[in-house]
Write a protein that binds this ligand. Structure first.
Ligand code: NDP
Length: 446
């Protein structure tokens, strides 16, 4: 029988073996979420949100257990896993508090005597999620989908199958059928996902992950004329202007780039620094690195890919100032790397670097910094450092789904999150994220 095997990235040791769902089990999960959808849609919003509050409470009660599971399966340090669970619990309470406002009918003055927009549930939402924030990525989607009155079917990354099943168990213990998780072995992912997306019982699809996976899922959704929300990768610019506080910028740069071992879509990836402060910034970044603690990368192939990107970037003329070597011994550890004099066309500039690899790009002046920041097909976040008015003016000229001034890009349940270009489309979190999973319905009464 096909199985999914999970491993501890810190040791390479096997953690668990899970039987993959066969056709009948996939059908059962789909049928259960579809059967639960009408009843959940008809459940008053207050009751739906009460369930989310309970989810948040249980996450907090079980934070040690869940955080240990995250660390075991994808390798981040325990403190980061605990912070991830706490953020999920926070999201539950923010959604529970604010969804009544986000989902309330919106009156509009038009020709009819009365008209308004209402936000109505769609049905079953299919979610394909990655391993980098195994609880956050799922809870972020699930809270929005369930608050809006939908049910949810998850295909999680096989690397974090224990997390997927723990989240399923949490929801199932409260109300069966609202949230089911599938366990799909590697050879069948594309086929099974496609069939699920084409199934008439699925209303819409959301994916967080690579462009390759996003394109495959969106192609199937396009065939079936179904809505998608795609949260793909990024190559976020972190722009440091001449009037920036260099020590604050370098500290934030190190936290943003090396948190989660660099495996975050909104991590700062290209550090675009105007020449007159570049040496000072690089020295401060290297100093911040001395106190940085990171875990292993989540899989061997992810480390191999980061090393390839470093090697190709150096071969193309950049300077490797520190790190970049695999750590001897078991596990998928990689020394944090800082590359200087990176230029457009090099791997660390053009591709998404999903590991502890900082690429410093030197800009002649503000105009050059803007041109470099925009020289990418991605467009997720952007962080600009400098005197506030100056940094804001420069930031407005850069294309991205989010602009943070004198702060690293971060998600917040009260603010929309998502990208443009090859970073995807649609938004998660906040009113916009909850409304993505609704039928935005026009009502006019003569
Ligand atoms: P993937 O995009 O392959 O994985 C993300 C999810 O998509 C997983 O559940 C995966 O399942 C699924 N998936 C992949 N192909 C398909 C398909 N054809 N149909 C349906 N589902 C699919 O990412 P990787 O783990 O391989 O990481 C590769 C790169 O992707 C990273 O280096 C990074 O650049 C980017 N990435 C970006 C993330 C983000 O937060 N935006 C998160 C993770 C990765 P399965 O693993 O079973 O194939």
């Amino acid at each position: 029988m096909p199985e999914v095997v999970t491993r501890d990235p810190a040791t390479g040791r096997e953690l668990g073996r899970y039987p993959a769902h066969d056709e009948a089990a996939v059908e059962q999960a789909l049928a259960e979420t579809a059967a639960a959808a009408p009843g959940w849609a008809a459940t008053p919003l207050g009751e739906r949100l009460a369930l989310l509050r309970t989810v948040g409470k249980l996450l907090t009660e079980r934070r040690d257990e869940y955080a240990a599971l995250i660390t075991a399966e994808m390798g981040k340090p325990l403190a980061e896993s605990l912070a991830e669970i706490d953020k999920c619990a926070w999201n539950c309470s923010v959604v529970a508090d604010l969804a009544p406002e986000w989902l309330a009918d919106r009156p509009v003055s038009a020709s009819a005597a009365q008209s308004w927009i209402s936000y109505e549930p769609l049905g079953v939402i299919f979610a394909v999620m990655p391993w980098n924030f195994p609880f956050w990525q799922v809870l972020r989607f699930a809270c929005a989908a369930l608050a809006a009155g939908n049910t949810a079917l998850l295909k999680h990354s096989p690397d974090v199958t224990g997390c997927a099943l723990a989240i399923e168990e949490l929801f199932e213990s409260l109300q069966p059928g609202l949230f089911r998780a599938l366990v799909i072995d590697a050879g069948r992912v594309a086929d099974v996902s496609r069939r699920i997306i084409l199934d008439p019982r699925i209303a819409a699809v959301t994916l967080t992950g690579s462009e390759r996976a996003g394109a495959a899922v969106a192609e199937a959704a396009g065939t079936a004329c179904k809505k998608t929300v795609l949260e793909l990768g990024g190559s976020d610019p972190f722009v440091v202007l001449a009037d920036a506080s260099i020590s604050a910028a370098a500290d934030a740069a190190a936290r943003s780039r090396f948190g989660n071992a660099g495996q975050s879509c909104v991590a700062a990836k290209r550090f675009i620094v105007v020449e007159e402060v570049a040496d000072e910034f690089v020295a401060a970044l290297l100093a911040s690195l001395e106190t940085t603690q990171i875990g292993p990368l989540a899989r061997a192939d992810l480390r191999d890919n980061a090393i390839r990107q470093i090697e190709e970037t150096v071969a193309a003329g950049a300077r490797l100032l520190t790190g970049g070597r695999p750590v001897d011994g078991p596990g998928y550890f990689l020394e944090p790397a800082v590359l200087d004099h990176v230029t457009p066309g090099m791997a660390a500039f053009t591709e998404e670097t999903f590991g502890p690899v900082a690429a410093v790009v030197r800009a002649r002046d503000d105009d050059h910094a803007v041109a470099l920041a925009n020289d990418t097909d991605f467009g997720l976040g952007c962080s600009v450092w400098g005197a506030t008015g100056h940094a804001l003016a420069v930031g407005r000229r850069i294309r991205s789904g989010a602009l943070f001034v004198n702060a690293p890009v971060a998600s917040d349940p009260r603010l929309p999150f998502g990208g443009i270009g090859r970073s995807g489309h649609g938004r998660e979190l906040s009113a916009e994220g909850v409304r993505e999973f609704t039928n935005l319905r026009t009502v006019a009464v003569a």
